[in-house]
Design a protein around this ligand. Structure first.
Ligand code: GLN
Length: 452
């Protein structure tokens, strides 16, 4: 009740929620009470949370931030949603996002942009901006998100909360509306690494309904947090600093906050080493070929036939497809479909898509080499703090460039975490990114936990 009241009071300003599910939440809360009384409660029983509106929820709208799905009610729950229901978490609603998770500012949402609680004139980041804003404003203690090229870590940084994207394949994509399937990965937002550990433990694990889900036992990430203690809890930890991340592009206020955080890591006993990711600068062009290519294929299912928006008037079947898609998709989604279709088309496939796949491989090998010289990698999550709404104007490429530190991680399939590390100009939060080897989620969370 308390959290629902807070959401209803804050949402006219923050627009963090697309759907507030008061009735469903109160029913789930009563069930949680019964479980607690019966002594069958789990770690998340009765804990309020919110789901990014990309996760299908039975009986509750799943819009994906799009007019195409503005009235879509899924007949089933995403795997993540059902796991969290089983754990007893109480979903309060669905959070705002860039349309089909395409964007870095939440300004591409059909339902209007979510806003940054630290300054509502600024963006919360994207695409999971609603989830990050909701946690930052304490409208929910934890929230789910997805990260295809930074969509958990970047809004976490912009909103001053902690966010983790696990290794590709750890969280099931079943019932998560697909953007770029080889990159999409569910993730967790919380006010701390400890809260993220609780949420991620409950939402991960093998699911036979996702062919890329990894067949390994679910981990208890909270247990990892308890592992180290003492005066220098991070003694022996080698943190790699990719020189390309610190070379240029970072604003002065972000650099100052990141440097101070690294100093604190050294005080906790960690050492820092210079490493190199020579191909990291190629991540943006590679990503913005691969992601649109996969998106153009994934989004072909929205044809107005079985579900989703259908034009009110049309001629023949082809005209219905064209009008429904022209009306249902926003400008950025259309741009990505055009780019994706182009790079996959005969005669251009070798020049663009195949090249991008080769770059992807080089980028993954860079990380592999760097992670032989250190235990984990640290750097800024974003080049700047949250920009003002509208500041990117009509220049999509400028916004793509803001993803420079996050997308290489998705191309390699590695886990990444962003935790708050102070404030920049205008009192806006700065995020520090930690990147680990495959399945190093526990290590990332425990490292961030020591910092916090
Ligand atoms: N900003 C990136 C994009 O627009 C990443 C989004 C995401 O991770 N979903 O594709």
């Amino acid at each position: 009740g308390l959290f629902l009241d807070r959401i209803e009071a804050a949402n006219p300003t923050l627009n963090a929620f697309i759907t507030i599910d008061r009735d469903g939440a109160l029913t789930a809360a009563r069930e949680a009470d019964a479980r607690i009384a019966a002594g069958t409660a789990g770690a998340l029983t009765g804990i309020p949370l919110a789901h990014k509106d990309v996760f299908c929820t039975e009986g509750v709208l799943t819009t994906c931030g799009s007019k195409m799905l503005a009235n879509f009610v899924s007949p089933y729950d995403a795997h993540v949603v059902s796991l969290l229901k089983q754990a007893g978490a109480v979903s309060l609603g669905k959070t705002n996002m860039d349309e089909f998770a395409m964007g870095s500012s939440n300004e591409n949402s059909h339902f209007g942009p979510a806003r940054n609680p630290w300054n509502p004139a600024h963006v919360p980041g994207g695409s999971s901006g609603g989830s990050a804003a909701a946690v930052a404003a304490r409208l929910v203690p934890i929230a789910t998100g997805t990260d295809t090229g930074g969509s958990v870590r970047q809004p976490a940084a912009f909103c001053g909360v902690t966010g983790i994207k696990p290794t590709y394949g750890v969280v099931s994509r079943y019932g998560m509306v697909a953007y770029a399937s080889s990159l999409d990965q569910g993730g967790a937002f919380g006010a701390s690494a400890e809260d993220c550990a609780l949420l991620l433990s409950a939402m991960s694990g093998f699911d036979p309904r996702d062919s890329t889900s990894l067949e390994r036992p679910a981990e208890d990430y909270s247990a990892a947090l308890a592992a180290q203690a003492g005066e220098k809890p991070l003694a022996g930890l080698r943190i790699g600093l990719p020189r390309e991340f610190f070379a240029e592009g970072m604003s002065d206020d972000v650099r100052a906050a990141v440097d101070a955080a690294l100093e604190q890591y050294r005080a906790l006993g960690a050492s820092t080493v210079d490493v190199s990711l020579p191909n990291a600068k190629l991540a943006i062009p590679a990503y913005y070929v691969i992601a649109p290519a996969e998106a153009s294929s994934n989004l072909s299912r929205f044809d107005g036939v079985r579900y989703g928006h259908r034009a009110a008037s049309y001629g023949d079947l082809n005209d219905m497809y064209c009008k429904s898609r022209a009306e249902g998709f926003g400008a950025e989604v259309k741009r990505r479909i055009l780019v994706g279709t182009y790079v996959l088309s005969h005669g251009y496939y070798d020049a663009y898509y195949l090249q991008a796949q080769k770059l992807r491989r080089l980028i993954a090998e860079d990380f592999k080499a760097a992670l032989t010289q250190c235990d984990l990698i640290a750097g800024p999550t974003t080049p700047t703090t949250a920009w003002a709404l509208g500041a990117m104007g009509d220049d999509p490429v400028q916004m793509y460039l803001a993803d420079i530190y996050t997308i290489a991680v998705n191309l390699a399939g590695l886990p990444g975490l962003s935790h708050p590390c102070g404030f920049g100009a205008g009192g806006l939060p700065v995020g520090l990114q930690l990147i680990g080897n495959y399945f190093a989620e526990g290590q990332l969370l425990s490292t961030a936990h020591r910092y916090q």
